[in-house]
Design a protein around this ligand. Sequence first.
Ligand SMILES: NC(=O)c1ccc[n+]([C@@H]2O[C@H](COP(=O)([O-])OP(=O)(O)OC[C@H]3O[C@@H](n4cnc5c(N)ncnc54)[C@H](O)[C@@H]3O)[C@@H](O)[C@H]2O)c1
Length: 332
Amino acid sequence: MDSFTGKLAVVTGGGSGIGRELVRQLAAQGCSVAACDINEEAVAQAAAKAEAVAPPGVRVTAHACDVADEAQVLRFRDELLEQHASDHVDLVFSNAGIGGGGSFVTDSRAEWERTFAIDWWGVYYCARAFVPLLIASGDGVLVNTSSVNGFWAALGPGMPNNAYSTAKFAVRGFSEALIEDLRTNAPQVRVAVVMPGHVGTDIVANTLRARGLPAPEAMTDAQVEELVPAEARAKLISAGLLPEGASADHVRQMVVRMATDFREKAPLSAADAATIILDGVRAGAWRILVGEDAKKLDAAVRGKPEAAYDYAELFSTLTGGDPAPSGPATDA
Ligand SMILES: NC(=O)c1ccc[n+]([C@@H]2O[C@H](COP(=O)([O-])OP(=O)(O)OC[C@H]3O[C@@H](n4cnc5c(N)ncnc54)[C@H](O)[C@@H]3O)[C@@H](O)[C@H]2O)c1
């Protein structure tokens, strides 16, 4: 596929960040898009803006859908086929995702399973729903978003990333297993797996929303306590991230700061990430690393897998010999 013009693409999580940029750039390149999100208002706005700058004839539709719920994914599929008057789709970007469920030991089982359900089952349900429609296209591409946490299962010292990494490893494994499966059984479809490093988006705030929490400023004391229980607060105090005797307001401010820093201090913007993904898909790549941080981490982990969680050694490899003061600030 050397051009997206005249094609029909599906983008999940199209209301924000990398997904919103994929919708915009695909539409600008003459590709009709069906975008879904759990945030109905955000995806409606993203679709309207993308259609406004697209060449004539390009349609961008917005759909409410929780990808972790198979019935909603099937409804999204039926809705988009009807609205685009199509019997196939050409591209599927399984991009929707959230962070969370960092610890298997201390985080709630509900949080772990919600993160895993969106990040893994969402990708699986979309593949079940859309691979037959990619086969019907005659020239289809399935693009699944994993992460650097699909090959490296931590964020750094004291920062486990359990549910997210488990799901992202599954996405990478599933996508790589599809390479030979599709080659053998449906050669008119190919698969690509996307592994971004740190990209400046609102994933921290959107993760709270996907867990049913309001913006940090509007959280009740009970919600703050649920988000950062006493035990976790004590660890943050000893790490110097919260002051001694930190109040609920201190925690609220810390969460706002984390969300802002994640977006503002990233080495790559969502727009640049989407361009790298689309260039990779057009070029026929099956493995799309997004960002220099992702490329370096990939090389370090592949070069010395047994040192992947020996942070002093890993960071020294990443920085070319200089010990890094903190972990590679990648991912949600
Ligand atoms: N930002 C990064 O640094 C980074 C790094 C590696 C991987 N990723 C992955 O890239 C993808 C996009 O992330 P982003 O950074 O653009 O985040 P984002 O929060 O800006 O966008 C994700 C979108 O997905 C939507 N979403 C969440 N749960 C959903 C669900 N159940 N059903 C439908 N939509 C849902 C959100 O509402 C949001 O609009 C995710 O899969 C994420 O894990 C991001």
